[in-house]
Design a protein around this ligand. Sequence first.
Ligand code: ADP
Ligand code: ZN
Ligand code: MG
Length: 621
Amino acid sequence: MEKKEKESPKKDSAQNVSSIPYYNFFIVLVVLMLLNALVVPHISNKKIINTDYGTFVKKIDNGDVKQVKIDEGKIYYSALDENKEEKTYQTGAVDDPDLVNRLLAARSPNENGKIEFTQTIPQQSSPFISFLLFWVLPGVIFFWIFRSGSKMIQERMGGGDNVMSFGKSNAKIYAESEVKTTFADVAGQDEAKEALAEIVDFLHNPQKYASIGASLPKGALLVGPPGTGKTLIARAVAGEAKVPFFAMSGSEFVQMFVGVGAAKVRDLFKQAKEKAPCIIFIDEIDAIGKKRDSRFGGNDEREQTLNQLLTEMDGFDGKTGVVILAATNRPESLDNALMRPGRFDRRIQMELPDLEGRKAILNVHLQKVKHQNIDLDLVARATAGTSGAELANIVNEAALRAVRLGKEYVTTVDLEESVEVVIAGAQKKGKVISDEEKKIIAYHEIGHAMVAAKQKNSAPVHKITIIPRTSGALGYTMQVDAGEQNLMSRDELLNRIATLTGGRAAEEIICNTVTTGASNDIEQATKLARAMITRYGMSEEFDMMALETVNNAYLGGDSTLACSAETSASIDREVLKMIKDGHEKALQIIRDNIDKMHELTDYLLKKETITGEEFMGILNN
Ligand code: ADP
Ligand code: ZN
Ligand code: MG
């Protein structure tokens, strides 16, 4: 059985945080340089020759000087040089009381024989203007550039908020008419709805609760695997209560600058209090609500934000009419302070839907597409373990398939095919497989089905196919439980392991070969056997001892061994023994039914896909 591991639906990918636009600082530099050039008195671009005061006096005495301009600390003068050409000179002004007499007395090449001389009136530039020019203007320019720069950073980081205005938050405010979602859109999840109905009632008539003196929980935390409808049900609460809905994701609070997230929290609660009664919804709260610990150095920004959230939740009483909902799929990572009474004291569990739940969810989503004669029960049974989001996706894939085939309605076949697409990927038509390989694949799949069929307590075979899939599966055998299964017995699990080894067993006995085609089976069988021993207490040696703890139960559930190295080694031996027993059993079943194996494989090779009924028909006649 080649069965793809289910992938959790991808969440929106993280926004790219771009680098700070450094070019802004170049702009600042250029502006400052321009400013400098404007303010510093600029002499015309005529070439000015530097001379000392002695030369200046000598030139006056020689009668070569035509014009003198006495400036602050400097004297500019024009005079003839040795070649009788007029040049402009400058020299430092020396405190020379005789200068004026000397100039008046001197000869000059001018027409009237006198030197023209002027003194500029010392311009005491107004202190106010220079203050403006030198201090305020650069400041304003800096501010403006920083502002636009940080705005740009903010926009690239996904927030429209401005770093400089710490008082604003960008919580989307949904007017009551905007939330159209109601509890009717959320199928199944009756317990969650029941718990939330009380909140809706409270928001409708708070005085009923106030008159008794009851105050409602301030917050409810929705926990569960991805895609179980946490976000959906939070919106439904707002839709039912017809109150404003402030929705923000935890990650929106986590900012680059320490304190910004906390400011956002403050602002969010301020706005909410003004709009009460209303609902605040913080999605994926684990982004800010992670346990505070010093082991990894901590994260100032996140912790400040969390502290602010805790403070705000304490800051209003339960009669204000602000209800805080939050959602997470990592409840174990949340800080304990968030969960204590008075904060998120109500925990609402959203589980993967059961058979009835899956039917209901499929039904809700089928209402949105044209459909005919759907065998809901069959599809729901074939989708054990899928989340609401995946079911929604399956219905949509089915509708797309119907369009592709030019049909007017979605039928059961479309749904079945899209279930397979979700589980095993799309059909890979172009893949070239030699006849020899096809035969091995067919025996492998019939091997699985045969072992499953010949054991009691194993799920009936629903479908066998040797059409390759994009996930890499070259064929697979689909088993569908008759009803809902809540408990698995030891025997059932052992049967499953035997069934998983059935493919390889058929290769060995009939084709005299072993192939890589069993890699996925091996992985699954090992995982199962290990879980039976370390977690389900199903081995004699370890009895009911817990040897593994599971982390992140809602997100794939990776586990950590909690035992000594010796124990770990004997776990491995026990796992191996369990798999070997299953393998032996499978080999025996195939040997005993070798004729039927050939007959069924021929049939499968001819048809490529066969149903469980066809399979059982041939097996039992
Ligand atoms: P979560 O927040 O738990 O990860 P969402 O609320 O975002 O999951 O669910 C994603 C989508 O899956 C929803 O928009 C809806 O279409 C579908 N869905 C999930 N659970 C349900 C349900 N119980 N009833 C109907 N649709 C559901
Ligand atoms: Zn297999
Ligand atoms: Mg969500």
